[in-house]
Design a protein around this ligand. Structure first.
Ligand code: MSP
Length: 527
């Protein structure tokens, strides 16, 4: 038996005290679809998500809640586990950065960085005094030229207030890694996607890198720096290390580490590309560890044209959308509506349009009308086909080719294009039904009717199998209606070889994609 190829995909770990919103749900959804797709395609997948629980921001939030940080994070990290349940994520692990395995890994990477030399032969980590601007909300340092002064206070470009901090600090010699990083980007053209982000990162690095302050002494909620009492790690050093912790670091000889590291993909939002595509590979190389293979940065969602923010009171709560529209409908919408990598706008009108047009009218209608006819006119069993016409062969070929087309798109994170390819087959299927008009053949040419319906059942089988990563529940219902057993649903069953055998009994069909009726229109429809 040949070993399955490993695939390791990660989401950013979420700031533990934030209330989960649609932006959080989006990053993990994209990873979930990838993970499901790769599993069905025969890969041995490790899919990681979790919560980022250290830092000044969490310490402050805990104290505002009148709690110690640890019980506070125990409580609020549940919100992100609940989000996972709600959205149907299939993650293999959920990491919390306050777990002992993670403290151990963070201290180990620190020691490995400290033990190594930079490309210019100097210590990677050195002690200095730091004076600079720090925004707690962003957990990030800023140069004075990046800040705006208002009412005697300083603000970062994100709107977060920055304060002056002065304290002894360990520094990471990032400046020495500039050429190594640039060479890495050049040698690995797929390291950062999409291309626009890659160009941004390259010009940022070319403009010159400054050493990075990586420890703090003025608060206590974090991972202690080994051998340096009073210092705790800058939260991003600890946070990024979660990707290693989850595969067993520092045990680099372990089976799990050798199998999954380097990670295949770190999925991130566009706001945290710099941490993942500049700092993280530099930390890894400094510690003598191979960098991840790829970072992909997606865009940001706005709500009906407005930036989503707690202060504007327009946060989109995933649970409300799932309750209103349905889980698969939301999953489909988020990945179809906006080209992955670009910013997008959530609007209820667009959501309803996708539900009613793409899902109910196109996909749902194709499945429904074909399976109803098979049920009625073919004794509720897979029909027996005769000779194929060129029209039959042409649509069957499209169905057989769909996996290859989708695979290319999914592997470069173009989820919208993978779905577009799928909808091209759905449209072709509907045109084929209209052109062949099998209902008219029942009396005149029942054999031809059976062939046409057989071809359509095969088309639906391909669509159902390939829809599973994005819409697991609805696709499951379609495959149930084709009587497929669990082991008949993988991508290895696609193509001609595993075509359904005529005569297989089919259960009674039921609609899979309901139309969404907007309030008011329902009343109108009822007169
Ligand atoms: N804790 C850090 C990540 C550390 S990874 C080692 C963090 N957390 S976060 O909770 O603020 O953000 C997590 C992810 O959610 C980011 O990828 C971010 O881009 C994404 N989003 C937050 N708001 C968003 C939108 N409005 N739209 C799309 N994604 C957004 O950053």
């Amino acid at each position: 038996m040949s070993a399955r190829k490993p695939y390791y995909v990660t989401t950013p770990i979420y700031y533990v005290n934030d209330a989960p919103h649609i932006g959080h749900a989006y990053t993990t959804l994209a990873c979930d679809v990838l993970a499901r797709f790769m599993r069905l395609d025969g890969y041995d997948v490790h899919f990681l998500t979790g919560t980022d629980e250290h830092g000044q921001k969490v310490e402050k939030a805990a104290s505002a809640a009148g709690m110690e940080p640890q019980p506070f994070t125990d409580k609020v990290s549940r919100n992100f586990r609940d989000l996972g349940q709600l959205m149907g994520y299939s993650n293999d692990d959920f990491i919390r950065t306050t777990e002992p395995r993670h403290i151990k890994a963070s201290q180990a990477i620190w020691q490995a960085m400290a033990a190594g030399k930079s490309p210019k032969g100097r210590d990677n980590i050195y002690l200095e005094k730091y004076g600079g601007w720090y925004a707690v909300r962003d957990e990030a340092f800023y140069g004075e030229d990046e800040l705006t002064k208002r009412d005697g206070k300083m603000f970062a470009p994100s709107g977060a207030e920055a304060e002056w901090v002065e304290e002894p600090s360990y520094f990471f010699r990032l400046s020495d890694w500039q050429d190594t990083l640039l060479k890495h980007y050049e040698d690995n053209p797929d390291f950062i996607g999409p291309a626009s982000r890659r160009n941004e990162v390259i010009s940022f690095v070319k403009s010159g890198l400054e050493d990075l302050s990586i420890s703090r002494t003025t608060f206590g909620w974090g991972v202690p720096v080994p051998g340096a009492p009073g210092h705790i790690m800058y939260v991003w050093v600890d946070a990024l290390t979660n990707y290693l912790t989850a595969v067993g670091y520092p045990d680099t000889k372990s089976e799990i580490f050798s199998k999954y590291w380097p990670a295949d993909l770190h999925m991130v939002g566009k706001d945290i590309v710099r941490f993942h595509a500049v700092y993280w590979p530099a930390f890894l190389m400094a510690a003598g560890i191979k960098p991840q293979k790829r970072v992909f940065a997606h865009g940001w969602w706005t709500n009906e044209g407005q930036k989503i923010s707690k202060s504007l009171g327009n946060v989109i709560v995933p649970a409300e959308l799932v309750a209103k529209y349905g889980l698969d409908q939301l999953r489909y919408f988020l990945l179809r509506e906006v080209p992955f990598g670009q910013d997008g706008d959530f609007s209820n009108a667009a959501m309803v349009r996708r539900m009613n047009t793409d899902l109910a009218n196109d996909f749902g209608n194709l499945v429904q009308r074909v399976l109803t006819q098979v049920n009625r006119n073919c004794n509720a069993a897979v029909p027996q086909h005769g000779e194929y016409t060129s029209a039959d062969l042409s649509i069957l070929k499209r169905a057989h080719d769909l996996l290859d087309r989708m695979r290319v798109e999914i592997q470069r994170q173009s989820f919208h294009l993978a779905l577009e390819a799928m909808w091209e087959l759905i449209a072709a299927g509907n045109r084929y039904v209209d052109a062949q008009a099998p209902w008219g053949l029942k009396k005149t040419d029942p054999e031809r009717m059976a062939t046409v319906l057989y071809v359509l059942v095969e088309v639906i089988r391909h669509l159902g199998i390939l829809a599973q990563p994005v819409m697991p529940i609805s696709a499951g219902k379609i495959l149930d209606q084709l009587g497929l057993a669990a082991d008949e649903r993988g991508f290895d069953r696609l193509g001609l070889t595993h075509a359904l055998e005529p005569g297989r009994a089919l259960p009674k069909p039921a609609p899979v994609f309901p139309r969404f009726v907007v309030e008011g229109e329902a009343a109108k429809a009822q007169g």
